[in-house]
Design a protein. Structure first.
Length: 130
């Protein structure tokens, strides 16, 4: 009893078999959407007999994106950057700052604070050592 794989490889190189397996499938060039009055030319890589507009896949995607936007309710918050303290309205529950400017100022303040703490601790350790 022979295995199918041995028959498939007989007389052919491994590269030609791999090329056959990896070749992209095409469905013919010059096909036109089957819906009456639609003259859209289909891609050679489109397995469907109709274009994307008549296929209806875009409707599901459109519904998903609009549903997500309407589910979130608006929240009124105070800006987390203390010198600002403005109230702002957002539908994103993770948003902490009223603007990108306040977000960046808060980040810069945190970086400067950590640098000061590092220099203070290194000065104290230097004083202990001497």
């Amino acid at each position: 009893m022979e295995f199918r794989s041995s028959k498939a490889l007989r007389g052919r190189s491994l590269h030609s078999v791999a090329e056959d397996m990896l070749r992209t499938k095409t469905y013919g060039a010059g096909r036109i959407c089957k819906v009456d009055g639609c003259g859209t030319r289909l891609s050679a890589y489109n397995p469907s007999a109709v274009c994307a507009l008549h296929g209806g896949g875009w409707k599901d995607e459109f519904r998903r994106t609009t549903r997500k936007a309407t589910q979130r309710e608006e929240i009124t918050r105070l800006c987390a950057y203390e010198p600002c303290g403005r109230e702002f309205v957002t539908s994103n529950p993770a948003k902490k700052y009223c603007s990108d400017a306040c977000r960046m100022k808060a980040f810069q303040a945190r970086v400067m604070m950590s640098r000061r703490e590092q220099t203070d601790s290194s000065l104290q350790s230097a004083r202990r050592a001497s």
